[in-house]
Design a protein around this ligand. Structure first.
Ligand SMILES: C[S@@+](CC[C@H](N)C(=O)[O-])C[C@H]1O[C@@H](n2cnc3c(N)ncnc32)[C@H](O)[C@@H]1O
Length: 204
């Protein structure tokens, strides 16, 4: 597999959109419905945060809107946790699986939306993570409802990384009134210089 189309970062091989296998999958697909067409940069800030604040060993983690699944992959490779990735868009699954396979991992993928996750499943997870999953105004309410169900179910911590789009700030504003939450900024220097934001919500 050609190294020039891969970013080596934090012990992971991360696919660039130019990768021949990525191009092959793209050619076979009609296109993406909800922005699952690359690894988004907020996930690099999220893995940087997760490196500083690791999750408890043996815990279960749900990655929402996982796309190509970088953050969950980072956790699987580097921390002793079990990750499930969910995404509404089935067309991201081949990329998710490709990125898993080049890293020797088999993270579970489920094609489903935030809206289908209820308390009886959420109570199985200690942590929920997501990066760049609040990019349209219409996403704020379904996400907020999910966060509410998750906290009610006993999820201990939720991390949502974002470049700082207006729907994200709207979400953080409501979260500050409803939950024990804060927003932290995270500056990374590799593989690029970038600053992103992480909404941190803690269960009671
Ligand atoms: C901007 S991409 C980010 C992907 C990945 N988290 C990353 O950082 O590389 C947003 C992802 O959220 C997914 N998504 C959008 N709406 C969703 C919903 N209601 N439920 C689950 N996933 C959703 C999209 O299909 C897409 O893969």
């Amino acid at each position: 597999m050609s190294e020039q189309h891969i970013i080596n970062h934090c012990g992971l091989k991360i696919l660039r959109s130019t990768h021949p296998e990525v191009r092959k999958i793209k050619r076979l697909q009609q296109g993406h419905s909800a922005h699952g067409n690359k690894v988004w940069r907020s996930s690099f800030a999220l893995i940087d945060y997760l490196e500083t604040y690791p999750f408890k060993a043996k815990s279960k983690v749900l990655e929402i809107g996982c796309g190509w699944g970088l953050s969950g992959l980072f956790l699987t490779k580097n921390q002793d946790v079990n990750v499930t990735g969910i995404d509404i868009d089935s067309s991201v699954q081949p990329y998710f699986e490709l990125q898993n396979s080049i890293n020797g991992c088999e993270v579970e993928f489920q094609e489903r939306s935030f809206e289908t996750l209820y308390e009886n499943e959420l109570n199985d997870y200690q942590y929920i993570i997501g990066s760049d999953v609040c990019f349209w105004d219409e996403m704020t309410n379904p996400l907020l409802d999910l966060l509410q169900r998750a906290i009610k179910s006993g999820v201990e911590k939720i991390l949502i990384a974002d470049p700082g789009r207006p729907p994200f700030w709207q979400l953080t504003e409501i979260c500050s009134q409803k939950f024990n939450s804060e927003v932290v900024s995270r500056r990374i220097h590799t593989p690029w210089k970038s600053e992103k934001y992480i909404l941190v919500i803690r269960g009671d």
